[in-house]
Design a binder for this molecule. Structure first.
Ligand code: GLC
Length: 453
């Protein structure tokens, strides 16, 4: 996202003053997860240790699948179609009589996730449209009581488990359908009812599906954390699911930050996950052809891993539950790359090397992985590497790579004309110590000759 671009999310959570602040590039304390995150020192060692315990698998996983599925999937015009086209509620509701995906469509999603090298899935339980994909006692506007006649979330949970994947539920606090969904902002009775309804749905989600790995809140309009009673909400969640992790979009920090459509590492010590679409929309949008390439996805994944973050990549199945073929192609290609190069991503650690115009970097212990995405043949080089290189090899083939190291650069030489791997070729570089990089040191200290050549 361009720094000055105001997203739909910003608009939703923004007052006019916060919008001015956003335009000026000033963080809005009410909406910026980083600002909300308490300083590490404010948290007790027990809380920090418990978070580390709960999040261990997630940090190792690095790559997950996001699934946006709901009534909007039938329409195929983006998950915001109800609001963006001003569709009256009674008209939109009719979609519930049509939404009947092929039974167990989720199996193909889970299989694709597995094949793509994704280790967990997060599916919309209820998006802004207010329709519940799950069986609930609290509304009839849910899959089990409409055309589908069954609990779609349950199918998803079974599918994820069958593939050995972790899974989570996305839940939108904002609700365009519920009668109290907007008036709760100005009517205390409505607020109480709506908060009870919301906490009640979340209670069901946390009770009816066995162990759940992630709860992924979204848009908190029109209330703030205090009015949503978000602390109480999370307390209930953790009582019911002691191992779960939660994000920050119910207005309290939770366990991780959620940069959207951009890759921005959170402050040191704070977990983060960048969520992104494969084309331009989350829900199925039939005419959207702005598909990202496998190379872009691999590069994004590398960039997330470089900063110690995760990458949650979305698919938007069609109303019948099938996955757009373009998504299948891209994810399959990414999976093939990960099958050869997974050791460079999973369980990787934050990396102190990042400067290059043709490569990205990840790290595990003292091993630096140089991911070359524009293969020049001949040689590649790293500037300002502050450790001795011991050896180097191609991850895909195991073949040795020769190198020469000087004070300010290390070059990997005799490279073949054609890249040994695709879409990115990775060189594993064994270093004497944890690799770090200092390009300013190079600029300042590289000996300069006198004027003239
Ligand atoms: C935004 C959008 C929403 C999408 C979400 C994913 O908040 O409003 O449609 O589900 O991002 O992060």
């Amino acid at each position: 996202m361009a720094p000055n671009k105001i997203t739909r999310r910003d608009w939703l959570v923004g007052t006019s003053s916060s919008l001015i602040a956003l335009k000026a590039g000033i963080a809005n304390p009410a909406t910026s997860p980083e600002v909300q995150q308490p300083a590490a020192s404010q948290e007790s060692p027990e809380i920090i240790a418990d978070r580390e315990r709960r999040m261990k698998w997630w940090h190792q996983a690095r790559f997950g699948m996001f699934i946006h599925f709901g009534l909007y999937s039938v329409v195929g015009r983006h998950e915001w179609v109800m609001e963006e086209e001003g569709i009256p509620v009674p008209e939109y509701e009719q979609l519930a009589k049509q939404f009947n995906p092929v039974p167990n469509s989720a199996r193909a999603w889970a299989k694709l996730a597995k094949q793509a090298g994704q280790k967990y899935m997060v599916m919309t339980s209820k998006h802004h449209e207010g329709f519940c994909n799950f069986d609930t006692k609290l509304t009839n506007y849910c899959a089990s009581k409409q055309a589908a006649g069954r609990d779609l979330l349950h199918e998803y949970v079974e599918a994820a488990r069958a593939e050995g994947l972790r899974f989570g539920f996305y839940y939108s606090l904002m609700d365009w359908h519920h009668p109290d969904g907007a008036r709760c902002a100005n009517d205390e009775d409505a607020r109480k009812r709506f908060v009870e309804y919301t906490h009640g749905l979340i209670h069901e989600l946390m009770t009816n599906y066995g162990k759940v790995d992630v709860l992924w809140y979204d848009v908190s309009w029109p209330l703030n954390a205090q009015k949503w009673e978000s602390e109480r909400m999370n307390k209930m969640v953790f009582e019911l699911q002691p191992d779960i992790i939660v994000n920050n979009r119910n207005g309290v920090p939770g366990d991780f930050s959620t940069p959207e459509q951009q890759i921005t590492a959170a402050a040191k010590g704070r977990a983060w996950e960048s969520c992104m679409t494969l084309n331009g929309s989350w829900g199925y949008q039939r005419a959207d052809d702005s598909w990202k390439t496998p190379k872009t996805i691999v590069r994004n994944l590398i960039q997330c891993a470089n900063g110690g973050g995760n990458y949650l990549l979305n698919i938007g199945p069609k109303g019948d539950g099938s996955i757009p073929p373009e998504s299948v192609t891209v994810l399959s290609d990414v999976g093939k790359w990960l099958a050869r190069n997974g050791e460079t991503i999973y369980e990787s650690e934050p990396c102190g090397v990042s400067h290059s115009d043709y490569a990205g970097f990840t790290r595990k212990g003292n091993t630096l992985y140089m991911h070359v995405y524009y293969w020049p043949g001949d040689y590649v080089a790293i500037s300002g590497l502050k450790t001795e290189v011991k050896s180097a090899h191609y991850v895909a083939t195991g073949g040795k790579v020769s190198f020469q190291q000087e004070q300010f650069r290390v070059r990997f030489t005799n490279l073949p004309k054609v890249a040994p791997d695709s879409p990115v070729t990775t060189i594993a570089i064994e270093c004497a110590f944890e690799p770090t990089q200092d390009t300013l040191w190079v600029r300042q200290e590289r000996p300069r000759a006198g004027v003239g050549v």
